[in-house]
Design a protein around this ligand. Sequence first.
Ligand SMILES: Nc1nc2c(ncn2[C@@H]2O[C@H](COP(=O)(O)OP(=O)(O)O)[C@@H](O)[C@H]2O)c(=O)[nH]1
Ligand SMILES: [Mg+2]
Length: 389
Amino acid sequence: MVTNLPAEARAKWVKVMEAKTPEEKIAALEEFLKSVPKHKGTENLRLWASRRLAELREEVEERRRKKSGRGISFFVEKEGAAQIVLIGLPNTGKSSIVKLLTGAKTRIGEYPMTTTKPIPGMMKYEDIYFQLVDTPPIIPGGGPWNNRVIGLARNSDALLIVLSSEKDPYTEFRIIKKMLEEAGILLYKPRGRVVIEKLRMGKTGIRITLMGRLIDATVDDVRRLLESYRIYNAHVKIYGEVSLDDVEQAIFENKLYKPAIVVINKAELNINKAKEAALRIHRENPHLPVIIASAKLGKGFDKLGEILFNHLEIIRVYTKQPNGPVADKPLILRRGATVLDVAKSIHKDFVKKFKYAKIWGPSAKYPGERTGLEHVVMDGDIVEIHISG
Ligand SMILES: Nc1nc2c(ncn2[C@@H]2O[C@H](COP(=O)(O)OP(=O)(O)O)[C@@H](O)[C@H]2O)c(=O)[nH]1
Ligand SMILES: [Mg+2]
């Protein structure tokens, strides 16, 4: 980035950070934008700030709509193991896919823009459900729902990017990827990550925790950079490989990684085009699963549940009370979770009173293995926690 922002602009940014309500944030951001000099070095920052402004204005508008009870709310309560938001251009088959996989009553249109609000439905996978959310279309060059669909994407657990083989699936993918990136949503895990937690209370100074490494700067450089933005109390966490630019970027926005799966729909209309696009997208984004499918024929979605499950990096753990039956509904945890996470999700007191756990299943060395809180659990484990008192 290297924005070389003048002191005035940096001071204005402090006001943005301190703003509490969306209205205050909007006012502060407007002031900030005015103070940012217009040159190549600040181009991305200005673009980002304008977009953030647009999103905040939508948020305020949305709240007003909700209060008045009129208009359409875009908020969708999460249900099931994960919320998966569909995203795509008009007429690509998003509504057809949600209807096919969940039975949700969402309208399918011969003409574009039939969907005007998000509609959720539940898709079964083994013993869990994924919540699929149908959405209005993204329209290149600006559509009435673009910002709000991006907002839904930001809050989701994963995305299903829906492309149509009818026209040009590869170009559609590029458009959506670019739009998400401009909103700070990444489809791949970045090589490094910076988290800046601003501390309000007390004079703690700047604490820097290196879980990874700074590639072009020292810890003191980071401290000086933050101080130039008048950030004096913060905890900075550095994961993976991080440059000073990444740190400056993180002062403004935290980039967000969203797992995504690409669905090339309407494949029966032009199977060669679908395959070509799949290859190209896969070559350029080797981490992204790509599915070739047809909602019309109901084909290509057999493996979607399994792919989602793996790509989301979640696991199922079944709890049981000593001498009790195994819960039939699993806890959903992140891969790498430990007995501590299991205990926490049962009850906060379970961590304090913890004595030991007994484990059956993939992570147990033998059935009923006794472990401590640090034991890493795996998909399919049965965990019995013993507490004192
Ligand atoms: N040929 C074909 N048409 C489809 C397929 N999926 C959806 N459609 C049709 O494409 C049109 C738009 O579908 P819809 O689900 O409303 O798309 P949305 O705008 O992305 O929600 C409708 O006429 C659907 O019947 C498919 O796999 N193949
Ligand atoms: Mg639709």
